[in-house]
Design a protein around this ligand. Sequence first.
Ligand SMILES: Cc1cc2nc3c(=O)[nH]c(=O)nc-3n(C[C@H](O)[C@H](O)[C@H](O)COP(=O)(O)OP(=O)(O)OC[C@H]3O[C@@H](n4cnc5c(N)ncnc54)[C@H](O)[C@@H]3O)c2cc1C
Length: 342
Amino acid sequence: MSDCASASCPRSLSIRGHGLAGALLAETASAAGFQVKVHDAGLPAASRVAAGLFTPVTGQRLRLSWRAEDALPLCHRVYPALEQTLGVSFYTRLPTLRIFSTAAQREEWAEKPCADCVQTRPLPPLPIHAPHGGVWIEGGGWVNVPVLLDALRARRVARGEWGEHADTDLRIDCTGHHAARHPLWRETGWRNARGDVLTVEIPGLPGGRIYSFDKFLMPLGNGQFRLGATYDWEETEPVPTARGRQTLESALRAFTDLPYRILDHQAGVRPVAVARVPVAGPHPDHPREWILNGYGSKGVLYAPWMCQNILQYWQHKAPLPKETWAPRRIQRQRDRNSTNAL
Ligand SMILES: Cc1cc2nc3c(=O)[nH]c(=O)nc-3n(C[C@H](O)[C@H](O)[C@H](O)COP(=O)(O)OP(=O)(O)OC[C@H]3O[C@@H](n4cnc5c(N)ncnc54)[C@H](O)[C@@H]3O)c2cc1C
């Protein structure tokens, strides 16, 4: 039985979509005593190609991510705890070596985004191009998302909690970029972004840290790295493209003269909402239909925190961060659409 302070608290949930969003929500709700059933249609999922990086600081302007100070501590708690209960290993803490691409970027860095997430210790000698130097970003790492999802799915199947189940208090749509075509959710407002990622072998490039330059290189061991990722706002089919591969290869060649070999090429579509932050909550016209989506390129960072927020709402009516609240977001889109129609 779930720990609910309110009589209106839902008891049973059916979750559509077992990517990072649906899987972690299902796990959080089950652990809190809700009855949960999950269905996944087996469609292309961003979670299956994501590099799984998380870091407090991102973007060209090296700013603290929105609500990172709340979301990051939960990553450090939730993922290792899940490793323990599932008996699989998928969570790695690693520093990121952030290489400045211009002198201006280095100057901008002088205004640190957070006190303890940046370290300016000297760069070690490395076979890379870093004429403007760099800094170390602490507090991040990566999650092997497919390993996590497979373990969660296997346990849910074993418990008989896998499959369609319409007769529940709430239905939650966690369908990633597919929501943009859903009759209820398309008006949330989407700006999905296709992305390519390569697996490359670069003998001679030390691991032990994530390299962040124009792109990123994430060490997998044995001289292998994930190289990513591109952003394509025009094409929204989750298929690898020659253009994506070229973009990544030319960034790699600018970063190091070391020879490399491409082992794999994947692509997916990030679910990006117009407001650029996650979206969660009921549909304004259908209160039993919920959404949790819009993780963009930061699903690993936001998933544990958003699940905690949702749980607090269901159990104690604690409001979700207003920026994420689905009825508000949908109303804003409606207002925008009616202004544009004038
Ligand atoms: C190239 C690339 C690199 C990335 N790198 C990172 C990274 O380093 N770090 C990071 O945090 N994020 C990264 N991301 C983003 C990350 O993948 C997403 O934020 C996250 O995986 C989104 O999870 P989701 O569950 O919302 O969607 P998805 O993973 O897309 O899952 C949606 C699921 O819904 C299912 N589904 C769809 N429609 C239905 C239906 N009608 N009924 C039932 N099931 C349905 C699908 O089968 C799918 O399994 C990357 C994305 C890409 C494309």
